[in-house]
Write a protein that binds this ligand. Structure first.
Ligand code: TXA
Ligand code: MG
Length: 335
């Protein structure tokens, strides 16, 4: 049975473990199998970026549409040379400041980079993750690793090995466990192939931070009219129960009262102002809330019949988080 047939067969006895499994994981990658691994943002579902059969297995395991490009993970700016045909000075300046880190830089793809990896695009998203297990997996395998988030297509991104197990059990041979991820939402994606560098997906590294290095950056405006980051057009981050935004604590209580059991999630002050209903305090800063939100949603959907999310539209420092939450709610929000 080749690896694609095996992936369709979904009969792996999935193993979870830590650094002691790194050599085995690296060998799986070299052999064209899939390995899930931690990064500082969310867990990735990795394959050798240059092995077309292996990359096909990612689509199968995720149930993902084939026009969605994968981010290629490398260990250093030097490692990016195999993935990109041309690396502009702007990319080196960004890496100097933010790498390793939660940033993906879109560049023209190299001849060798298969179109299946880039979703048919002539560009490639390259990222140097700030996680020792991820970096060591790249180094020991000797491969550039194509990896989307390790969730089933459309589901919440995984921030713990157990979340990956929930979605990928039996579909992949191995999950590297690096504990709960630190940043908690996916990397910022910036496209350097346009006239003006353009943020395609907001993240912990903000457009303002990028503009400080590059001079000028076009921010992601929330509405993607032409789906420039094709991933943004699909339904994302959707819990299995209804998920509704609330602009005020009063609205949160009102929404919660309509369901047999509901939980309200938001930053500390918001949650404290909500009385008489179950609530989860995500933290008192954007960094804390980003770190905790996906695992809280995954836990809550198993217990409650509705999730009420604080709507952060009025708080610019929560811009990236609100971008993800508005996808979970599908834009449904109440005053
Ligand atoms: O933090 C992250 O970026 C995580 C970890 C595992 O590294 N990965 C991740 O991958 O979020 P994924 O596949 O779930 O999301 C990748 C996003 C999509 O919105 C995709 O369209 C965009 O990046 N993207 C990738 N390559 C691109 C390209 N060449 N041009 C435009 N957008 C691209
Ligand atoms: Mg994803």
């Amino acid at each position: 049975m080749n690896s694609v047939e095996k992936a369709i067969d979904k009969n792996y006895d999935t193993v979870i473990g830590g650094v002691e499994l790194l050599d085995k994981a690296a060998e799986y990658i070299r052999r064209g199998e899939l390995v899930a691994f931690p990064t500082e943002t969310v867990y990735g579902l990795g394959a050798d970026a240059f092995n077309e059969e292996a990359v096909k297995c990612i689509f199968i395991a995720k149930g993902r549409p084939q026009d969605n490009p994968f981010i290629v993970h490398v260990a250093s700016p030097e490692g990016a040379a195999v993935a990109a045909s041309y690396i502009p000075d702007e990319a080196y300046r960004l890496w100097e400041k933010f790498s390793p880190g939660p940033l993906t830089v879109v560049l023209p793809k190299s001849e060798r980079m298969p179109l299946i990896t880039t979703g048919g695009l002539r560009t490639v998203g390259i990222r140097i993750p700030n996680n020792e297990i991820a970096l060591e997996l790249i180094r020991r395998s000797g491969c550039a690793i194509a990896a989307p988030s390790a969730n089933t297509s459309g589901r919440i991104s995984p921030t713990r090995a157990s979340d990956v197990y929930e979605d990928m059990r039996g579909r992949i041979p191995l999950i590297l466990d690096g504990g709960q991820t630190d940043v908690g939402i996916e990397s910022t994606v910036i496209d350097l192939t346009r006239e003006v560098p353009t943020v395609l997906r907001p993240g912990a590294i903000t457009a303002e931070m990028l503009a400080e290095v590059l001079g000028e950056v076009v921010n992601h405006k929330g509405k993607v009219v032409v789906a420039a980051a094709p991933g943004m057009k699909y339904k994302h981050y959707a819990p299995v129960v209804p998920c509704i935004g609330a602009r005020t604590p009063e609205a949160a209580v009102r929404i919660a009262s309509r369901y047999p059991s509901a939980v309200v999630m938001g930053e500390s002050a918001f949650v404290k102002a909500v009385g008489g209903v179950s609530a989860i305090d995500l933290g008192s800063s954007p960094a804390e809330c980003m770190r905790n939100v996906f695992s809280a949603m995954r836990d809550a959907e198993k217990i409650y019949s509705c999730i009420v999310l604080e709507d952060f539209s009025d708080k610019p420092e929560y811009y990236a988080l609100n971008n993800r939450l508005s996808k979970s709610t599908g834009g449904k929000t109440e005053e």
